[in-house]
Unconditional design. Structure first.
Lengths: 111, 121
């Protein structure tokens, strides 16, 4: 089984840079599996933020970037803004269970 | 692509939860069509998805109680969860999942707004 571990919460001040980690573990981890990231504001549906480890969909600010090395992925937000206060989820594929998995989510607070 | 979930918002324990997702702006042939849920105050849980070429694929933890179907004529897809309990209370999202084997493979690009289903007698 594949588990994606994220810090439950993080915080930052306006203008700051924050990095949210997502660590894969377990027997279901694939070597060539991509990580995708989502942003979710309260009461709203998740929105795709980064796909394929480090690609931004059209319309997503370049303040958001992603990276992956081995079994560790990260989402970096630069120039933190109040609207960035949201929950962030990473997502990948469990090759053992043939199932899509999400990390537990990170609640980002902008102080 | 726009998605909209609809169905009963209140289901009694032991009964069957039924939801439908209407799709506009895209035919059902291009993606895999997914259901994802979020229990109150919790994270996202993939339930399963379905497409014409691969059929249905369900989460191992829910597989015994879940059925999905596609209705190409109405451009909509559906979810049924049997024998529900309070643990099935959640916001249920429908979403499109990319199937092309590129960096986009597996991403959920389009989501419905979500439909709250409460399991209670």
């Amino acid at each position: 089984q594949s588990v994606l571990t994220q810090p439950p919460s993080m915080s930052g001040t306006p203008g700051q840079r924050v990095t949210i980690s997502c660590t894969e573990s377990g027997s279901g981890v694939g070597t060539n599996v991509y990580i995708h990231w989502y942003q979710q504001h309260p009461g709203a549906a998740p929105k795709l933020l980064i796909y394929g480890n480090d690609n931004r969909p059209s319309g997503i600010s370049d303040r958001f970037s992603g990276s992956k090395s081995g079994t560790s992925a990260s989402l970096t937000i630069t120039g933190l803004q109040s609207d960035d206060e949201a929950d962030y989820y990473c997502q990948s594929y469990d090759i053992s269970f043939k199932a899509w998995v999400f990390g537990g989510g990170t609640r980002l607070t902008v102080l | 692509v726009q998605l909209q979930e609809w169905g009963a918002g209140l289901v009694k324990p032991s009964e069957t939860l039924s939801l439908t997702c209407s799709v506009s702006g895209e035919s059902l042939n291009g993606y895999s069509w997914s259901w994802i849920r979020q229990s109150p105050g919790k994270g996202l849980e993939w339930i399963g998805d379905m497409n014409h070429s691969e059929g249905a694929n369900y989460s191992p933890s829910l597989k015994s109680r879940v059925t999905m179907s596609l209705d190409t004529s109405k451009n909509q897809f559906s979810l049924k969860v049997t024998s529900v309990t309070a643990a099935d209370t959640a916001v249920y999202f429908c979403a499109s999942r990319e199937v092309i084997m590129t960096a986009a493979w597996g991403m959920f690009a389009n989501w419905g707004p979500g439909s709250l289903v409460i399991v209670s007698s």
